[in-house]
Design a protein around this ligand. Structure first.
Ligand code: ADP
Ligand code: ZN
Length: 512
């Protein structure tokens, strides 16, 4: 224990362990295989780097991204740890292998695809291995959100060295994925250590998107510190970065995989060094970036999953100071995501669908956002956190089942091919040319909405799309999906959060 705290202090400069770090390090030093589930920013690297320094032999780290490896390499080397990477991008592979064999390395980072190379197996058997660390271990599971087939090749390799302990690390694993990782990497069930996922200093807010520019500008105006805005496409990133810079006068830079590497590196370095810069980025940005004082993370559209949301918002407030996470979502985000579902291979579709349902649940809920998040990760949080939009301003929930039945009937009776605007006219009894031409003024649903129901229609359509009861057609129309028929039969209720006042006024006044 003496040597451990000494190394913690001398090598890493930390006064003590954080959270479950000591538990994980303790197990590893005793040679016990472990799966550590720790949120982003909890300090996973230390749990293998410290044993790597203390144990005789080399800690072999499997990591999925070369860029990530090189970041790790830099910070390990800066701490005086003898580390190297063995990737196709490294020109000094021969030298690294020699050092590895000679026992001159504490850490060796490799990509998973190396595991299947006979040459690499031979190299391992010629060297002394202290520990196998498997970073981003959820990649081994098809249940995880980022399955990589190469990770499946690891177990046969690890099994060749049964005396070497394994440490699997991940930030994002629901119950199912965890069990799968344990099995796929041959780690006993009692080797699971889960850190608390709560990030109490982050305030969560999730709002429907009406005018993304105006909404994001407000976020920037309220939060002068450094922040990240995630946007779904490269084009959107560029466009938002430009408009926000001129609208707010703040320093706003873009980041996405389509920019030249030197521009990306420059923008990232500027962000890390800055105390007030805003980075508009695709999800390509953020992994492996160590900036503790990010004050806000905004999403201009929905993330891929709750896991993704947690990971991306988790980049805010690593220093523990108050920070905000704001998401602006639209029905079209869910429409697109569902469209993409049909392109996924059938084996994974069910899985991906479930992921999207969970996300829709988080977006639509009138309950505490944090409670929904933490329950998703298998925790049992208290019902209200007091630091999310729904806790601070309890949402007004209304039973919209009857309106939902009216809207779904209108979709059905018009032949499941018209968009929201047309359906709204039919339901509100607006007989424009198109309505008359199609004879939709003759339908039983024509003008069926009561005055007080009209302002709720947009929010309802959004909620029905989020939950999959309405799905987009190829030509921009809406069709019945999911539990639509159950709702129509009166066997399922539709509760929605009352939309913001502004939207109610606009919709109510102008007939859409
Ligand atoms: P993760 O990989 O879990 O996202 P990192 O290993 O990158 O997290 O660590 C996140 C940050 O926390 C880094 O800045 C790291 O230096 C810091 N850190 C890790 N362990 C400790 C500790 N025991 N005390 C103080 N800071 C720590
Ligand atoms: Zn809450």
């Amino acid at each position: 224990p003496e040597a451990v705290s000494q190394a913690l202090h001398d090598v890493f400069g930390f006064p003590g362990f954080r959270g479950v770090q000591d538990q994980v390090v303790g197990r590893v030093l005793q040679g016990q295989s472990t799966l550590a589930v720790m949120p982003t920013g909890a300090g996973k690297s230390l749990t293998y780097q410290l044993p790597a320094v203390l144990l005789p032999g080399t800690c072999v780290v499997v990591s999925p991204l070369i860029a990530l490896m090189h970041d790790q390499l830099r910070s390990a080397t800066a701490n005086g740890i003898r580390a190297a990477t063995l990737t196709s991008a490294d020109e000094n592979r021969g030298e690294t292998m020699d050092r590895f064999r000679a026992g001159e390395l504490d850490l060796l980072y490799v990509a998973p695809e190396r595991a299947s190379q006979p040459h690499f197996r031979e190299l391992l058997s010629q060297s002394r291995i202290a520990l196998f660390a498997i970073d981003e271990a959820h990649c081994v599971s098809e249940w995880g959100h980022d399955f990589r087939p190469d990770y499946r090749l690891l177990k046969p390799l690890l099994d060749m060295f049964p005396q070497v302990p394994r440490l699997a690390l991940t930030a994002t694993a629901d119950h199912h994925t965890r069990t799968d990782i344990l099995a796929q990497l041959g780690i006993a069930e009692d080797g699971l250590i889960v850190a608390g996922f709560d990030r109490p200093n982050i305030r969560y807010t999730i709002r429907p998107r009406d005018n993304a520019m105006r909404q994001l500008k407000a976020v920037l105006d309220e939060n002068p510190g450094p922040g990240i805005i995630y946007a779904p496409t490269r084009a959107r990133v560029e466009q938002l970065a430009e408009s926000l810079a001129s609208a707010t006068g703040r320093r706003v830079l873009p980041y996405h995989a389509g920019l030249p590497p030197e521009v990306r590196a420059r923008n990232q370095a500027a962000f890390v060094a800055s105390e007030d810069m805003v980075m508009v980025a695709t999800v390509a940005f953020g992994m492996g970036i160590d900036k503790p004082d990010v004050r806000f993370v905004a999403h201009a559209g929905i993330p891929k999953s709750i896991e993704g949301y947690y990971q991306e918002t988790g980049r805010a407030g690593r220093d523990g100071d108050p920070s905000v996470a704001v998401m602006f979502w639209g029905a079209d985000d869910f429409a697109r995501a569902r469209q993409r579902l049909s392109e996924v291979d059938p084996q994974r579709q069910q899985n991906e669908r479930q992921r999207l349902e969970s996300l829709a649940g988080l977006v639509e809920t009138a309950d505490c956002r944090r409670a929904v998040l933490l329950r998703h990760f298998g925790e049992e949080p208290s019902a209200r956190c007091g630091n999310c939009d729904n806790c601070l301003e309890p949402a007004d929930v209304i039973d919209a089942t009857t309106i939902a039945q009216k809207l779904l009937s209108a979709v059905y009776r018009t032949g499941q091919s018209y968009g929201f605007g047309h359906l709204e006219k039919v339901l509100c009894g607006v007989s424009d040319d198109r309505v008359l031409q199609r004879g939709h003024d003759q339908l039983s649903v024509f003008g069926i909405l009561r005055e007080e129901e009209k302002p709720l229609l947009k929010a309802l359509a959004r909620a029905l799309q989020a939950r999959g009861s309405l799905v987009p057609t190829e030509h921009g129309g809406l069709a019945l999906g999911g539990d639509a028929r159950t709702i129509l039969k009166g066997d399922a209720a539709v509760m929605i959060v009352r939309p913001p006042k502004k939207e109610r006024r606009r919709r109510g006044g102008a007939d859409g």
